[in-house]
Design a protein around this ligand. Sequence first.
Ligand SMILES: Nc1nc2c(ncn2[C@@H]2O[C@H](COP(=O)(O)OP(=O)(O)OP(=O)(O)O)[C@@H](O)[C@H]2O)c(=O)[nH]1
Ligand SMILES: [Mg+2]
Length: 207
Amino acid sequence: MSSDVELSGIVIAGGRSRRFGVDKRRLRLWGESGPHLLGHAVALLQPLCVETIVVLNDAEAWPDVPARIVPDEQPGSGALGGLISGLQAMRTPAALVIAADMPLIVPAALAALARWPFTGDALAPTPPGQPDQPQPLFAVYRHSVLPQLRRAFAAGERRLQAALMALRWVDPGPALWHRYDPAARSLLNLNTPDDLVAAQAWLRQVE
Ligand SMILES: Nc1nc2c(ncn2[C@@H]2O[C@H](COP(=O)(O)OP(=O)(O)OP(=O)(O)O)[C@@H](O)[C@H]2O)c(=O)[nH]1
Ligand SMILES: [Mg+2]
């Protein structure tokens, strides 16, 4: 794929924050006057993408999010269901996809991912030292993967990473991290309150 193809930006954001305990999408890690986590994710994608889509199931609670909000085709079907719904809604040949719970994405790393030339169906970085762990929610997918993802979902697959690994996926390799995000902090996602403590420590360091 050429590096100048138009991208849709998709935030997968219909989770329930069960491990976190409160709706993590509402966290304001940059102070009360800063964005909430979902708004932060949208703002990261906007400069890189010709349209921005958020996949969630309580659209009425997010009237001010400057993105096209689409619901899950099957609410509660997990992040794989959310990805399928987002890819169905997109209007470009490929999408840059992130989750709503990633407070430390380095904009330059995301921009590099968006421009990275690749062959194959998906571009998914692996964490340093973990070449068999492609990250499905810091990734680029071609729209053409939709039928394969739908078949996996219909067959009962709910594990997003497993569905990604069944595609022809490509790793941009360690150069992405070396150049833009040496600790790969872009991949940190807030699953538990402990993850929030770690993220806040990082944010204090970079401020
Ligand atoms: N659209 C959609 N997104 C989902 C769904 N489940 C999870 N997600 C999103 O996928 C991303 C990764 O999910 P998790 O980290 O497990 O987040 P979560 O589901 O809110 O958290 P837990 O309830 O603790 O698993 C988050 O941005 C979630 O909002 C779903 O059923 N639909
Ligand atoms: Mg998570």
